[in-house]
Design a protein around this ligand. Structure first.
Ligand code: RAM
Length: 945
């Protein structure tokens, strides 16, 4: 038996059957071969098969402490045996408890629908971090240089350099570096950077927890002297944050501590079994050096003349360096493995155009707005000073537009050492949001090699594609994805350029579902959900932004924002079938629901002025909308219902029976109370606008309030607050309001996302398409028409007539909130809808764009989404009076294909009449569709129309 297994294991390719299931893309906690400190991590794999209509009936996982043992069939950690189950993800490890540092190698095989076992997968692994904080035995070390910071506006002290030499003997078997910082760190061994992550260890509430990274450095060490070196920066821990400087907050920097510090532990294991450990302590040497200033918002200043040549190499004379200062730890602070995807350089961008400017400077245009840095390659004399400024737009006269950066200096300065061979430099601990870089101080005329753009962001794998025959729509999709990339940087930020870049919860909650259509955001939200829960207030409210340093005294919570604490874990559950986030955060979520109930004073509705005690009054409401305001309290009430409804579903998902009943009841109470208060009984929403007086203290309160708005109906429909005819009437009201407004949207942050889905849900897909394809102001297309390569914060961020005149200071060109239309693009236009969490069952119900004679429309569309089970494709194309649909259904999933046809006679599926086509489970009629249920496979459907 064991020998047979061994053979199968390594020669499985030779045994591939015509049918059967082959596992690949083995992941642990959403990552390939990660380090984790989850003691019982979750595993997943994807299945492929040469046959159609295939699914898994059972699986077996083998796990061993070495690859040799696994190959020999000595599964000393876990043999799951044959587990009858369809699950291929969120499968918890159930083997022997794993200790710190343990590596677990695993393979999996699956049985198909006929009970045939497929080949074993290739092996994968995970490794356990340091499970107990006390195992570190390393100190926090650094150098307090705070007093050296100067400058009237920005107090930016130099960044510390740390080093230590160690001796390594021959025969290193395994070496691991465990490293973290309060602040930001870069670590190197013998001059080579460990890993390729940026902005490590990430932003958390450092008083509660800090994350660390683990690197396999086995091949970086050599016998003899080795240099361990690290550079630190102030980062989120000690640098400037958000708009605190702008709003005159008493604290503008050093929110968590003043001095950046490093904690590291190098463990070396030799072939003879001996172990050696090096930790950070006062024996390390510290100094200042070339990096004179370093700040996330303000940029870096680097004087290459001050470089300590060779400081990262062994043999460097560090006698003049100071011994490291040791800093105390905080008792309750947890030290955990970074759970998210690392922040990385995800792409390099070449310069498109170089525009000379008066005074000898140049503006480099990358033709794409993005978040990141630039690498410069220059030659000049020692002391030549290159200054780099960044902007998203140019003024009409060609000047760099920087008004919208507000107090973010966003300037990098490089002072040359005068190397005749030329010098290359890029900042390490900052990023900017920009399309244009203005460079001054160049001695020679620049060329395209002078600057390279380095795109920085959380490395969330691309999972979605969206393509049509309409250039505007394709550009819009590109803009959405670029904006997501520019703002998913360790946390979901609002914008990457100005003095803000914080994890605004409202933006995050309206966009999270869209995000999951573009990229694998599972581990990204696993990380941020911790920040959200860490940021929860005593009273149970989730914060305005997470993490939540005190950037402004009045910042607390707001309806439409705080609900991120419920909505984000919910959407991650829907997209990835993840119940762990729900379980881990359940107490937090229940506390939040209690907070809402208490706030409603048992009335289950928030009446006018219910949130008059927060600032701004009522919270941010339908932020950046046009026209009369939707009462924020009404929206708060809708959100209350929505949260109760989601809690119901999540309680069911984790088997919390009593909570399920409780939230069912709460949702019912809220619906009754909200409709009794805010609806006129005829399907029209109303409010007591007089109660708001002149609206002072409310966002745009002077515009007045009405319940009869696009945002009100869109949300009520989207959140399933209304049923039956009430829902239809709301749909009609929405349409009427749009018509009255010349078919133009007036929605803000809370209204824009549900607008098109609500139109589609009430049978007004044509109007949804009209808005979607519009290029007139205000619309998504208007931004594209005006040359945008990312999503704007405001519908009128820029107009040809008025330029940037609308609030130049609060005018980001990279703000993803309005990009939430992405949800409709995938969910409606392409019609990919999960009917079961994790997309193991889904509908393909595309809404075919109406014909627009003489106007730009869409005649073909293709979207794909790589789910936990594999890639779903939904495509449709209009061809001379015919409609062709193409659908891909991954192995181990089931789909219902909604074919728009009056009956089956005009339908051919893979060239066959429906009645003869193989692999079809069921055909039923539903309204205007023939609904075909299928298993895995590729389906081309021709429909005569
Ligand atoms: C802006 C932020 C964010 C929004 C808040 C209310 O300053 O950019 O997008 O959520 O305000």
């Amino acid at each position: 038996m064991k020998t047979a297994l061994l053979l199968l294991l390594f020669f499985s390719a030779a045994f591939v059957r015509a049918e059967g299931l082959t596992p690949s893309y083995l992941r642990c906690e959403y990552k390939v071969d990660p380090v984790t400190d989850e003691r019982y991590p979750r595993l997943s794999w994807e299945l492929t098969s040469s046959g159609n209509d295939q699914h898994q009936t059972a699986y077996q996982i083998l796990a061993a402490s070495s690859i040799a043992k696994l190959a020999a069939g000595r599964t000393d950690l876990w043999d799951s045996g044959r587990v009858p189950s369809a699950a291929t993800f969120q499968v918890g490890y159930k083997g022997k408890p794993l200790a710190s540092r343990q590596v677990c190698y695993w393979i999996v095989r699956s049985w198909d629908k006929n009970g045939v076992a497929g080949p074993w997968s290739k092996p994968a692994s995970w490794e356990i971090g340091l499970l107990d904080k006390n195992e570190w035995k390393a100190q926090w070390i650094g150098l307090d240089m705070d007093h050296l910071g100067k400058g009237p506006k920005y107090h930016l002290p130099p960044a510390p350099y740390l080093r230590k030499e160690i001796r390594i003997k021959k025969g290193v078997k395994k070496a691991r570096l465990y490293v973290t910082a309060l602040g930001l760190y870069e670590f190197s061994i013998n001059g080579k950077k460990t890993g390729d992550a940026h902005l490590t260890p990430g932003w958390t509430d450092y008083d509660k927890r800090v994350y660390y990274q683990v690197y396999d450095v086995t091949s970086d060490l050599k016998p003899g002297a080795n240099a361990l070196a690290s550079q630190l920066s102030y980062g989120w821990y000690a640098g400037y944050l958000g708009y605190s400087l702008l709003v005159g907050n008493p604290v503008v920097r050093a929110f968590y501590g003043k001095v950046p510090v490093l904690k590291a532990r190098l463990e070396v294991e030799y072939e003879d079994g001996k172990k050696e450990v090096t930790v950070t302590d006062q024996s390390w040497k510290v100094n200042q050096g070339a990096l004179l200033e370093s700040d996330l918002l303000n940029g870096e200043t680097y004087d290459a003349r001050l470089e300590h040549s060779g400081w990262q190499q062994p043999g460097f004379h560090d006698q003049s360096w100071k011994p490291a200062q040791v800093f105390p730890d905080k008792a309750g602070r947890k030290v955990e493995v970074y759970p998210g995807p690392p922040v990385k350089v995800t792409q390099m961008l070449a310069v498109k155009t170089i525009l000379p400017r008066p005074g000898g400077s140049y503006i480099f245009d990358f033709a794409q707005n993005f978040a990141g840095i630039v690498r410069i390659q220059v030659r000049g004399e020692a002391g030549d000073t290159i200054r780099l400024r960044f902007g998203e737009k140019l003024h009409p006269d060609g000047r760099l537009m920087t008004e919208n950066l507000r107090m973010a200096r966003a300037t990098d300065t490089y002072i040359l050492k005068g190397d005749p061979k030329g010098e290359t430099w890029e900042p390490k601990f900052t990023f900017h949001g920009f399309q244009y870089a203005e460079v001054s101080g160049l001695r020679n005329k620049p060329d395209h090699a002078t600057l390279t753009g380095l795109v920085i962001g959380s490395d969330t794998p691309k999972t979605g594609t969206f393509e049509t025959d309409n250039a505007m729509v394709n550009q819009l999709y590109s803009n959405i994805d670029w904006t997501q990339r520019a703002n998913y940087i360790d946390i979901p930020t609002d914008c990457p350029q100005r003095d803000e870049r914080i994890g605004w919860t409202g933006d995050a909650q309206v966009y999270v579902k869209s995000a999951t259509f573009n990229r694998d955001a599972a581990s990204f939200f696993t990380k941020w959900t911790v920040d959200l829960n860490d940021g929860q207030y005593e009273n149970g409210a989730f914060p305005l932004y997470a993490p939540r340093p005190d950037l402004r005294k009045t910042d607390t919570f707001s309806p439409g924002w705080m609900e991120a604490g419920i909505i984000c874990p919910y959407q991650i559950y829907r997209a990835y079938g993840d119940t762990t986030l729900i379980r881990k955060g359940w107490q937090n979520m229940v506390r939040f629901m209690d907070f809402l109930e208490k706030r409603s004073q048992g009335a289950y509705v928030f009446k006018e002025n219910a949130f008059a005690d927060i600032d701004p009054k009522g919270g941010y409401g339908d932020w950046l909308s046009f026209g009369k305001k939707t009462p924020p309290d009404m929206l708060a009430s809708f959100y209350y219902y929505y949260c109760a409804d989601l809690m119901k579903e999540m309680a069911a998902a984790i088997g919390q029976e009593s909570d399920l009943k409780k939230f069912e009841k709460t949702a019912g109470e809220i619906r009754r109370a909200v409709l009794a208060h805010y609806s006129d009984g005829q399907g029209r929403f109303k409010c007591d606008s007089a109660a708001y007086g002149d609206g002072a203290g409310y966002v745009d309160g002077s515009l007045g309030f009405t319940g009869h708005t696009q945002t009100a109906y869109a949300n009520a429909i989207y959140m399933n607050l209304l049923e039956g005819t009430a829902r239809d009437r709301a749909g009609n009201n929405l349409v009427e309001l749009l018509h009255q407004n010349n078919d133009k949207l007036g929605t803000g942050f809370l209204g824009a996302k549900p607008l098109l889905p609500a139109l589609s849900a009430t049978g007004h897909s044509d109007l949804a398409y009209r808005l979607f394809l519009s290029k007139a102001f205000p619309s998504w297309g208007f931004e594209v028409e005006n040359g945008s390569t990312t999503i704007w914060e405001r519908w009128d961020s820029y107009t040809k007539e008025d330029g940037f005149k609308y609030n130049a200071a609060m005018n980001s060109f990279s703000h993803y909130a309005f990009g939430a239309v992405c949800e409709w693009m995938f969910g409606n236009a392409a019609g990919i809808k999960a009917t079961r969490a994790g997309f193991t069952e889904f509908d393909i119900q595309p809404e075919i764009a109406p014909d627009h004679p003489g106007r730009d429309g869409i005649r073909s569309l293709k979207a794909s989404l790589r789910t936990m089970s594999g890639e779903i494709v939904s495509a449709w194309q209009k061809e001379n009076g015919k409609l062709v649909m193409h659908v891909q259904v991954p192995v181990n999933t089931k789909a219902r294909l909604f074919v728009p046809a009056a009956d089956d006679t005009g339908i051919l599926i893979n060239g066959q009449q429906l009645s003869n086509a193989p692999g079809i489970h069921q055909v039923v009629r539903e309204k205007d569709f023939v609904v075909v249920s299928v298993g895995s496979g590729n389906y081309t459907i021709n429909i005569r129309r």
